[in-house]
Structures are given as C-alpha cells and as structure tokens.
Design a protein around this ligand. Structure first.
Ligand code: KG4
Ligand code: ZN
Length: 337
C-alpha cells in the first residue's frame, strides 16, 4: 500500500493530488485566469500565481483525501518539460516537504504523465491499454506520437516541428478575438458550425512529424482578406470559422495517427493532453477506430488538461521500482520523453 502526494506546476495550473495505490483520493486544480487577455501563458505571472496557490492547493488536497501528513509515503513533482519559474515552485515545495517528513522524492516527466493518466483506476472492469500502444499527446506545448513499450519505457516516433496543436487552437482563437485558452471556446462554438465551410491547407510533412505554422499563417491571411471586404466577417461567421479551423487541426492529427498505426501495426491508440478534451477530435477518432478496428482510449475530462492525478499515477510506477531522486534535483524545462 502506498500513499503519494503529487504536485503539478509546469505551466498555468497549480495542482495537488493524493493517490492511494492507483486510486485518486483528491485532485485539486487552481487555474490561472490572469493569462486570459495575453493570448498565451505569461511566465512571470504564472510563477507568481503558483507561489500564491501552492500551499492552499496542497492543504486542500490533503484535507479532501481525509489523510494526515504522516501517512504520506512519497512526494512526486513535475520536473519538466515546462516553464522554469513555474516548475521551480513545485520542485522547491516538494523538496522541503520530503525533507521535513523524511520521505522519498519522485520526479515525473509531464508528458509521460499525460499518457499514464489512462492507468488511474476509476471503475470496476475498466479497460486499460496493453503494451505496446501508441499515444498521441496533444497539449499547449507538445504534439507527439509516442510508442509506449511499458510504464517507464517510451519512444517518440514523431512530433511537431513548430507549433503544438493546442497552440494552433489558441493562436487561431486569438485571431478570432477569443481569449486564452481558446481551445475549449473553439470546441463549443464549432458545435454550431459547418466544418467544411472554409478549407485550410494540409501541410506536407514527412514521416510522423507535424507542422502547424503554415496553417496558422493561412488562417491569418484568409481572415485579413475577408475582413478587408467585410469588417463583420468574423462575427457573422464565427461558428463556421471555429468548426473549419478545428477540422483542419484535427485532420492533421488523425492523418498522422493513421500512418503511425499502419507503420507499426499497433492498433491500441490512446490520446492525452489538453487537446484530447476536444469533442470533435474524440468523435472523429472513435469513428476512425471503428473503421480500422482499433481500441481507442480517451481520458476522462478531468485528466486531459494539466492535473496532479496524472503525476501521481506516473509516480506510482516509479515508487514500485524505488526510482527516487536526491534533494539536489533541479527542474528541466526541456526534459525529453
Ligand atoms: O495539457 P494542457 O492543459 O497544458 C499543457 O501541457 O500545455 O493543454 C492546454 C491546451 C491549451 O492549448 C488549450 O487551448 C487546449 O489544451 N485545450 C483544448 C480543449 N481544452 C483544452 N483544445 C481544444 N479543445 C478543447 N476542448
Ligand atoms: Zn500538459
């Protein structure tokens, strides 16, 4: 039996979770609304907000779990990838807490955690991915296809050469006048729009890599041209624009995952990261999965965007392996999968 306290502070969510074996007792997330008007996360504002949130968030996670501090067996934290100032807050807290309680410290790779979130135990007869499986991790900072050989052994098969899929949502949303994070707003507005109204280009990128910068530029030029003709163009066509942009972003993801499945012969496909909350992506992936006879794994909504429960489950497997780190560990903003 193990009780792990996990902390996530890599970007703009301060989160703490208590996990008993593979069951989540609490998962508290403080979102930072301060970035709304900036089109993206402002690193300095993010680290200040983490500093304010970390103690109350951890306090609440422990209280909600109904445990006492002395029952915690290990403390886990996100070491990277992420923003240096944000990571530092979580890492420093974890170190002092581990020292005060004299318990082991576990470092977690944020991208591994997005994938391992699928192994959190939620219900009886739950179906888990079996190894090896393919994971498409799509977030604000990453877009990767990963071959997952085991809980602690993963290989990146392809990734974005420029913007991430979440960034494509956020930056297109900014062009449409939607606040950061624009992904969920586009998702909602797109439900009432026509995905085939406007066509945007499909990038020609070799192998399993992705590129989103060309799409972003073509959306920018298209909007400039139309707004020149009619200043109300965006307002009058917002739903169709959202649906068509979302379709263009998702089509690229599906094209590459299809290729990855064909090339590897693996038919277990899991998605993770903030963009895996997108309803159009999950619908289209399920449709494709039915056609191709794949097993599709989509995380429950609360485990898609950044959260500490996923850090806890990733730490659980390291705890079993006794993979602990020393107190002199430092954050690594560019930590690789
Ligand atoms: O994984 P995450 O919370 O943070 C990072 O590790 O980056 O992902 C955040 C990203 C943002 O770009 C946000 O716009 C996007 O996930 N996102 C969505 C949706 N919910 C969050 N994108 C499209 N549709 C959604 N429903
Ligand atoms: Zn993330």
């Amino acid at each position: 039996m193990s009780i792990i306290l996990a902390i996530e502070s890599s970007c703009d969510e301060t989160s703490a979770s208590i996990m008993k074996d593979k069951i989540i007792l609490s998962n508290i997330i403080a979102n930072q609304e301060i970035h709304e008007n900036y089109g993206g996360v402002v690193p300095e504002l993010a680290s200040r907000a983490h500093q304010q949130n970390i103690v109350p968030v951890i306090d609440e996670a422990i209280k909600k779990a109904g445990i006492s501090k002395s029952e915690i067996n290990a403390i886990a934290f996100t070491r990277g990838p992420g923003l240096m100032g944000s990571l530092l807050v979580g890492v420093s807290f974890a170190k002092s807490f581990a020292q005060a309680l004299n318990i082991p410290l576990i470092e977690v790779n944020h991208m591994h955690a997005h994938i391992l979130a699928h192994f959190i135990e939620r219900e009886e007869n739950q179906k888990f991915p079996s190894f090896p499986f393919l994971a498409l991790t799509v977030s604000g900072g990453h877009t990767q296809i990963v071959k997952v050989n085991d809980y602690l052994s993963m290989k990146v098969l392809g990734q974005t050469l420029d913007d991430a899929a979440g960034e494509a949502f956020d930056k297109s949303g900014q062009l449409l006048g939607l606040n950061y994070p624009a992904g969920p707003k586009i998702d909602k507005l797109a439900a009432k729009g026509d995905p085939n109204k406007y066509e945007f280009p499909y990038p020609k990128v070799k192998g399993l890599n992705f590129s989103y910068s060309g799409l972003k530029t073509s959306i920018l030029y298209f909007l400039q041209k139309e707004v020149n003709k009619d200043p109300d163009f965006i307002q009058e066509n917002l739903n169709d624009l959202c649906a068509s942009i979302q379709h263009a972003i998702v089509r690229i993801l599906l094209g590459k995952i299809k290729r990855a499945a064909d090339e590897t012969g693996i038919n277990q496909i899991a998605i993770g990261g903030g963009v895996s909350a997108n309803s159009y992506l999950s619908r289209k992936l399920k449709e494709l999965g039915l056609k191709k006879r794949w097993d599709i794994f989509i995380p429950p909504l609360e485990y898609t965007t950044d959260n500490a429960a996923m850090i806890a489950i990733a730490a659980h497997y390291k705890y079993l392996n006794k993979e602990f780190v020393d107190i002199d560990v430092r954050p690594d903003p560019k930590l690789k999968v």
